[in-house]
Design a protein around this ligand. Structure first.
Ligand SMILES: [Zn+2]
Length: 157
């Protein structure tokens, strides 16, 4: 779905302009974003603690939402590790880089995820890095919407 720039909230405009990708909520991404939401509700991802400033990230969503993407945000190192293995790099608000790993153990769909990313890269003739950035933008957007929803529900109760 293509959106006009005027349809997007200001923050999204800047995000999408910087990526050069204007379609929000790619349906191919959504399946994996939902799987990651399930993973977030499991206890397979331990809470993250910044050793530099002491800030705690209780779960995967808080880690993604409360940190800033850094350069190569998500790296497939499966080839080096000899198994499904992905590293996420995000910066804490203090500037310290926090690394989180996804493997076939905590995220069984990891290989399938990278197949989808590579296929999107081929179909759109864009570098894998750009597709990963677009995925991260959609993931952040999803968490943002979820968090707002949760906050509203809490207020009602
Ligand atoms: Zn920190």
């Amino acid at each position: 779905m293509l959106l006009k720039i005027t349809d997007l909230p200001e923050s999204d405009v800047f995000r999408k302009l910087s990526l050069g990708v204007f379609d929000l909520e790619n349906p191919k991404f959504l399946k994996f974003i939902e799987l990651l939401a399930n993973l977030n509700h499991s206890d397979k991802i331990p809470s993250k603690h910044c050793r530099a400033c002491g800030k705690m990230y209780a779960d995967l969503h808080e880690y993604i939402w409360d940190t800033e993407a850094k350069g190569q945000t998500m790296e497939d190192v499966g080839g080096v590790m000899g198994k499904a293995y992905t590293m996420l790099y995000r910066n804490c608000s203090c500037g310290n880089t926090l690394v989180l790993t996804l493997t076939g153990d905590n995220f069984p769909e990891l290989s399938e995820f990278w197949d989808m990313i590579k296929q999107e890269s081929k179909d759109r003739q864009l570098p894998v890095k750009t597709i990963v950035s677009a995925f991260m933008a959609d993931w952040e957007h999803f968490i943002e919407k979820q968090t707002k929803k949760n906050k509203k529900i809490t207020r009602k109760l």
